[in-house]
Ligand binder design. Structure first.
Ligand code: 13P
Ligand code: SF4
Length: 311
């Protein structure tokens, strides 16, 4: 018997036995998306975590996502196949440096993109994801002074579509900053019938070329509804698994990165997850994501506000 089939069977058996739910992000390997009870973007995953009645949440994604699930469910055990699955964007905003930055703007409210540590969320008025960032920003009066952290590319994009002038923290995602504008333009010339779509964590020149900009779920919905048959996709390549699954007759080309040895822009953190690690993690119920009670209590409010607005 194929070892992967055996692992999958064991994972499903353990999941039932322990009344666990598997939540996977679109950026993990296809087999880890296929085994999930729910696969989605950051908002969908937070919403799924908020409504699960399972005793244990297995988060197949990165650490900040599992932390968010824990903050929403302090009474449940939250486990992550690899604790080293961090996020360059979350790491670009260390809590102490951010506290100093925030102190310079005492009148400003803080909107924190979910790709941030729990510590940063404790310093925030509200959290957002790429799927609801516009809505969350527009929930504040037009003259409200705002800080947006940690992603400057998403912040810039939201400033441009809302006409706001939020103060931005200088952070970015290592994957979405790697796209080569030159190579994307060459590809668009080669395939004029293809539609170019991008995640808002990409830099402005890349976003200016895009026919559609949105979260991973939004990009997926777009390719499903578009009449085009070919797409150049500027986000982590894991989403292509879901796009090919939903639209088997369409063609998806990963947007090229500046590094010619890699054409796909994988998130090395997301790719730390594996079927083997998922099995071990479920079997031993670790590594577990834990947070001090005061952090959970402080970070819950801004996350809950986001969930309430996004219903
Ligand atoms: P989404 O919320 O669009 O899935 O994005 C998550 C992420 O990490 C983007 O890099
Ligand atoms: Fe973080 Fe970028 Fe990976 Fe998303 S793709 S988890 S923002 S490093």
């Amino acid at each position: 018997i194929d070892p992967k089939i055996k692992l999958t069977e064991e994972i499903n058996r353990l999941k039932k036995e322990k009344n666990a739910v598997i939540l996977s992000h679109f950026y993990v390997e296809g087999e880890l998306q296929d085994i999930a009870d729910y696969v989605g973007d950051s908002l969908g995953l937070a919403q799924a975590a908020a409504k699960t009645d399972a005793d244990m949440i297995v988060f197949v994604g990165v650490h900040f996502m599992a932390e968010t699930a824990k903050i929403i469910n302090p009474g449940k055990k939250v486990i992550l196949p690899d604790l080293k699955a961090s996020c360059s964007l979350a790491e670009s905003a260390p809590a102490e440096a951010f506290a100093e930055f925030k102190a310079k703007y005492p009148e400003h409210k803080v909107i924190t993109y979910v790709n941030a540590t729990a510590a940063l969320k404790t310093m925030s008025d509200i959290v957002c994801t790429s799927a609801n960032a516009k809505k969350i920003v527009e929930s504040f009066p037009e003259d409200e002074k705002l800080i947006f952290a940690p992603d400057k590319n998403l912040g810039n994009y939201i400033n441009s579509i809302t006409g706001r002038n939020m103060v931005l923290w200088d952070g970015a995602c290592m994957v979405h900053e790697q796209y080569s504008l030159e190579k994307i333009i060459e590809l668009m010339d080669k395939y004029p019938e293809a539609e170019f779509i991008a995640h808002p964590e990409c830099e402005k020149p890349v976003l200016l070329l895009a026919k559609h900009i949105g979260s991973t779920t939004s990009l997926l919905n777009y390719v499903k509804s578009s009449t085009a048959e070919k797409f150049i996709v500027a986000t982590e390549s894991g989403i292509l698994h879901q796009m090919k699954k939903e639209c088997p007759d369409k063609i998806f080309i990963p947007a090229p990165s500046v590094d010619s040895t890699c054409e796909c822009n994988d998130c090395t953190y997301m790719k730390l997850n594996s079927l083997q690690k998922l099995y071990v993690c479920l079997k031993h119920e670790q590594p577990e994501v834990t947070l001090p009670t005061e952090v959970i209590e402080k970070a819950r409010l801004p996350i809950q506000r986001m969930l309430d607005i996004s219903k």
